[in-house]
Design a protein. Structure first.
Length: 393
């Protein structure tokens, strides 16, 4: 205040002298005093305006203009994500033919693979494939007359499972037929392509993985433009697949160190590699068991939720959609419409958790974080959930 008072007295003295010896009007003096006051930080400064200094009415008072905000520095091209940041998904349109974000986990295990998923509006389906060998055996083979040719890419989860058809007939041919009926689209009017997630199974050596990957590429090259393929686990090395990637193909990538985005695809990391990151479109993480999410009590505490939220936000800013697998969804289906088999409150030995409350907690945590795909074996429940934004459980 002492500095302010001294400054005002000095300015007043100078202006007083000027008004006595020149024709500088007193209103200019008032304007200057008010301006000095505001710069010095006085609390009861009079407002000043250019209109007052120029002879405007004393009632026409405006605050002094604030300094403009500095322009943010542009992001260098090498640090810019290869795709636009992904917004947190909202509720699926209840009136659309598709239920945005519904992912049919291991879809080939449903009674009518692909068709059940499409009937429920799924926008993504998953197929696990194995190359068929005449030496293969599976439980119940003596009751199943189905035969396959050597090398056919058959659909099953485990080596002793009965094959549920082939990739070509169940997905490639069926998606082509649907697109042909719909003017080239799987869901007419939807902006995003339909997603087919393919996981290569059972191959131990890099040579075998390359052989199955190449065979799969030959089949999916006939898919309609409205289908995008994401290769999941079991694929050959990055060096090989990134050098052999068609335009309708991308890859998923798993979190590291439990619940961290891999540095090469993380825009916040100094190790970010934009050219490498352009090949990946989905972060595919395991739920719990030392990874992201619930750590064993079927409840999501605040720390677990905050960790999940952080990871999903980081993935979205890096241009990656997010999916989790392995949550309390109960693997076993009833074989008809995808609804959940009743458990009557008990946990069946050898199966995943089947308490409905645990599943709801899991899905609510995914929804709060903004996870893009609801990964489920139970399409009827999943469709109701995404269309109601979690209000129909």
């Amino acid at each position: 205040m002492a500095e302010y008072a001294g400054t005002v007295l000095l300015v007043a003295a100078i202006l007083g002298g000027l008004t006595m010896t020149t024709d500088v009007p007193s209103r200019v003096a008032d304007f200057c005093i008010a301006a000095v006051c505001r710069v010095a930080g006085g609390e009861d400064c009079p407002l000043a305006s250019a209109d007052q200094a120029a002879g405007g009415s004393p009632d026409e008072v405006r605050p002094l203009a604030a300094a403009p905000e500095p322009e943010p520095e542009p992001i260098p091209d090498e640090r810019r994500p290869p795709r636009d940041p992904i917004p947190k998904p909202g509720c699926a349109d209840p009136d659309a033919e598709w239920a945005e974000g519904l992912h049919a986990h291991n879809d080939y295990e449903n009674e009518t693979p692909l068709q059940d998923a499409l009937d429920q509006g799924a926008t993504s389906v998953e197929a696990d494939i194995w190359p068929y060998s005449e030496d293969d055996t599976w439980f119940g083979e003596e009751h199943d007359p189905i035969t396959y040719d050597e090398g056919d890419l058959v659909l099953k989860h485990d080596p002793t499972d009965r094959p549920r058809g082939t990739l070509q007939e169940t997905y490639i041919d069926a998606l082509n037929e649907r697109a042909e009926r719909n003017g080239g689209e799987i869901y007419p009017g939807r902006d995003e392509p339909f997603q087919l997630v393919i996981e290569l199974k059972g191959q131990e050596t890099e040579e075998d993985k390359r052989r199955v990957y190449d065979a799969t590429l030959r089949q999916i090259e006939d898919l309609p433009d409205d289908v995008h393929v994401v290769f999941s686990g079991g694929r050959p090395s990055d060096e090989y697949v990134l050098a052999n990637k068609p335009d309708n193909v991308s890859f998923d990538i798993a979190p590291v160190n439990g619940c961290e985005l891999p540095p090469r695809v993380n825009v916040d990391s100094p190790e970010y590699d934009r050219e490498y990151a352009a090949n990946f479109t989905m972060l595919n993480g395991e739920w719990g068991k030392g990874h992201c999410g619930d750590q064993g009590n079927n409840k999501i505490d605040d720390r677990e939720q905050a960790e999940l939220n952080r990871l999903v936000d980081q993935a979205h800013r890096s241009g990656l959609r997010v999916r989790f697998w392995g949550g309390p969804d109960e693997r076993y289906r009833d074989g008809s419409n995808g609804d959940f088999l009743p458990c009557h409150g008990q946990v069946v030995p050898g199966r995943q958790e089947c308490e409905g409350e645990a599943r709801v907690d899991y899905w609510e945590a995914l929804q709060e974080a903004g996870v893009d795909f609801l990964n489920t074996n139970h399409l009827g429940m999943g469709e109701r959930w995404v269309r109601s934004c979690g209000t129909e459980t």
